[in-house]
Write a protein that binds this ligand. Structure first.
Ligand SMILES: [Mg+2]
Length: 242
């Protein structure tokens, strides 16, 4: 019988693998996509307050929050969910003409080191993005989505914990293997990533390249908090030998 990867490493996208490119104002790019989608699907004028801290949440919940603020009910939202997702992607394609995100180099280096040992590590994405948006963002910054065997995205989930809890069934179904919680690692930048890891009994490796503050992250008691994914403690914890 062929050896199967024993460890599952789940990467968050925003703030972990990629960051906004350019000045602070570019943070609006995500809001613009969401506002466009809700406006387009429901034929209403939509605005969102960028000061509201949505990061670490899941797209489906953020989009519903925006829609609800404009009088859309949950039933109306759910009925149009596929159209909303398509509108988000359509808008993202109009943003392709200039870089709106860039890859975080140390995260990419770690990703490639793990990928070289695909006999030991199964790589996945665990993100609040909807699946097509996850592919779009990775491709936009030059990270090949094919590096990941598994995409756990917010298409069907309204909170990050439910999303995380779907991981093990998805690994069995899509990769045909079962992985133990103790061999599962969540790599992220946000409070929500630590909570996800706790909820499924996984190890959390949290990096300060996102928008969450160190003190805020420490309160959640991540297994490891680092400023760079090239910190040697990350490789040690993952058991990644040279
Ligand atoms: Mg993140």
């Amino acid at each position: 019988m062929d050896a199967q990867p024993k460890k599952l490493v789940l990467f968050d996208i925003d703030g972990t693998l990629i960051r906004h490119f350019g000045p602070e104002e570019t943070i609006r790019v995500g809001f613009n996509r969401f506002c466009y989608a809700i406006s387009h699907v429901f034929h209403i004028h939509v605005t969102a307050d960028p000061k509201v801290h949505y990061h670490g949440s899941v797209d489906r919940a953020i989009l519903f929050d925006i829609a609800q603020d404009h009088g859309i009910t949950k039933a109306q939202f759910d009925e149009k969910w596929n159209e909303i997702k398509s509108a988000v992607i359509d808008y993202a394609h109009t943003q392709e003409t200039k870089p709106v995100y860039e890859a975080i180099p140390d995260a990419v280096t770690l990703l490639h080191l793990l990928r070289k040992k695909s006999d030991q590590y199964l790589l996945g994405v665990l993100t609040g993005n909807v699946e097509k948006m996850a592919y779009w963002k990775l491709s936009h910054v030059g990270i090949d989505p094919a590096l990941f065997s598994l995409f756990v995205t917010s298409d069907e989930f309204e909170d990050r914990i439910s999303l995380a809890k779907s991981v093990f069934a998805k690994v069995e179904k899509e990769a045909g293997i079962s992985v133990a919680a103790k061999d599962t690692y969540v790599i992220g930048d946000a409070v929500g990533d630590v909570r996800c890891a706790h909820a499924i009994g996984a190890t959390s490796i949290i990096v300060t390249t996102g928008r969450h503050k160190r003190e805020e992250l420490l309160l959640e008691k991540p297994t490891l908090l680092v400023d760079s994914l090239m910190d040697e403690r990350v490789r040690k914890l993952l058991g990644l030998n040279p």
